[in-house]
Structures are given as structure tokens and as C-alpha cells.
Design a protein around this ligand. Sequence first.
Ligand SMILES: Nc1ncnc2c1ncn2[C@@H]1O[C@H](COP(=O)(O)OP(=O)(O)O)[C@@H](O)[C@H]1O
Ligand SMILES: [Mg+2]
Length: 302
Amino acid sequence: MKGLIIINAYPNGEKFFRQAERIAEELCALGIETDVLRNGEVYAGVNEDGSIYAKLPKKYGFAIYLDKDKYLGKMLERSGLRLFNCATAVELCDDKMLTALALDNAGVKLAESIPAPLCYTPQAKADEQFLLNVAKKLGFPLVVKKSYGSFGAGVQLVHGMPELIQTANEFLYSPHFYQRYVAEAAGRDIRVIVIGGKAVAAMERVAKDGEFRSNIELGGKGKNAPLTAEIAEVAERAAKALKLDYCGVDLLQSKEGLIVCEVNSNAFFEGFEAATGVNVAKLYAKYVLSAIESPCKDGKKY
Ligand SMILES: Nc1ncnc2c1ncn2[C@@H]1O[C@H](COP(=O)(O)OP(=O)(O)O)[C@@H](O)[C@H]1O
Ligand SMILES: [Mg+2]
């Protein structure tokens, strides 16, 4: 059996290649050869009769999907290929507000979040009455987040009505939402990697001075953190509810307990491996093989 790893057509830096290479290396050590293809090197689309095609250069037993492109993922699945993660899970995680909606009844706490009404009208202005209601409900400071975004970009803390109105207008044509600020967690979060439903390690990230976002890309520092039973349970619940084979769950420690901040279907593991000493790529490769060898009835592990 051969495996396939798919990366985005426009990789933004070396770490995208390294992530693919590390997984390929660990699969190779387990006797599985893989090819790495970019989205765009796979010919896929919809025929005139409405049928879907996805033409791959060879026959593959599975694909590790490191892209977030929901279209190609769905077409590959339609062609019968098992994706790690499945296309729907990637789609849900790519949109932070959809993630929150999908975690309904998952038995995890979230920070209260109110989506901004989507705007399709040119030259519109943000609805100030709506924003007043948001401010009344969430209080200041509050967090404004673009639904699509990574590395802390598109996440802002706003302190009063003028700033809220200004940010709402700047974000008007990007899906975004307003979130309660978890002040106790300011500048800190816990990243947990979950593979095949099992939390494997935890890393605490601490933001640089004066920054409330703990993203490494914004100067945050990661260090190994104890993987307590509570941390593992919350992260595993989130991963399971979203049917993820692999993910990084970000948790905020609040007065009321752990809050799921974000679930990353495509979490980079290089920094996490360095901080925790856990070989994430190896555990993921092992899991992929076990899931392929003994799938559940529907071909999925869950
Ligand atoms: N509601 C919140 N309260 C306090 N800190 C937050 C909140 N939401 C996000 N953060 C901080 O901002 C960081 C980035 O937010 P996140 O939603 O994970 O966006 P991204 O996808 O860009 O990483 C988090 O890791 C956390 O440190
Ligand atoms: Mg994050």
C-alpha cells in the first residue's frame, strides 16, 4: 500500500514542507511509502453529468490531508480515498464559529460567542445597535475574531464602543464573531495534541509581554505542561465531537474550568515536539496505519 500526503497549492513557508516530510519519514519507518502532492497537482472537479472525479497518478491506500481546502477534500473522499482528517472535520475547524456550533452538546465549555451578521452589501456600515447589545452581553474588554484565521492574526481585544465599531467595520466583509474575554487566561493557553481520540501531550504557551495572544508566531513561548486527566478529557471530547483523527486543541484556564478556545485540524507539531519531547509524527503515522488496517464499519475510527 502507498500513502499520499496532500499539502496546499501555496505553502506559506518551510514548515508546511517539514510537516509533510516528518510524517512521510515516520510512515516510511513503518514500511509505508508516501508521495507528497500539492493541491492543484490532483485533477479533480465535477463533470457535466454532475459526477465528481479526482484523478490521482497512482492508487493510494489513504491520504493525510494537510491542506484546509474543503473542495479537494470532498472530491477525494467521493473517489473513495480515506482522508486523515476527513473533509467535513477540516471544514468545521477552519471556521472558528462553525467549530463552536459543532461543539454544541459535546460536554465541553466554550467562551460565549456571538456571530456578527454576515454582510453581502457593498459600502454597508456595521449595525451599531447590534454592537451595543453585544457589548451589554459580553462586557469590555471583549475579543473580536475572524472566523477564518491562524497564528493570532484576526484576533483582537477591544476596550470600548468606539474601538468595537471601528473593528466591526474593518471586519465587516470577513465572517467574524464577538467572544467573552477570559481575563484569567490572558496571555496563556494550553495546546493539547489528540491523535485517534487520545491526548498525547500538553504544552503551555505564554505570550510575550503586553500581548494577550499566546501564539508562538506572535512571540509566545511553549513549554511542556502536565497532561492532567481533566485536560486530556476536555481535549478528547472536542476531538471526538468533531470526528478528528488528529488535532491540536487550545484550552483556556478559566475560573469555571477549562474552556475550549480553538480546535486546529492542521496543527503544526514541530514546536510541540520540541517542547514536549513527544514524537507526534510517529504516533500519527502509527495511528493512520492502525485505522487503515482495522477500520470501523463506516471506514472511520470513530
Ligand atoms: N476569549 C479569549 N480570552 C482570552 N484569550 C483569548 C481568547 N480567545 C483567544 N485568546 C488568545 O488568543 C490566542 C489566539 O486565538 P485563537 O482563537 O486560537 O486564534 P488563532 O487561530 O489565530 O490561533 C489564543 O491562543 C489565546 O492566547
Ligand atoms: Mg489558536
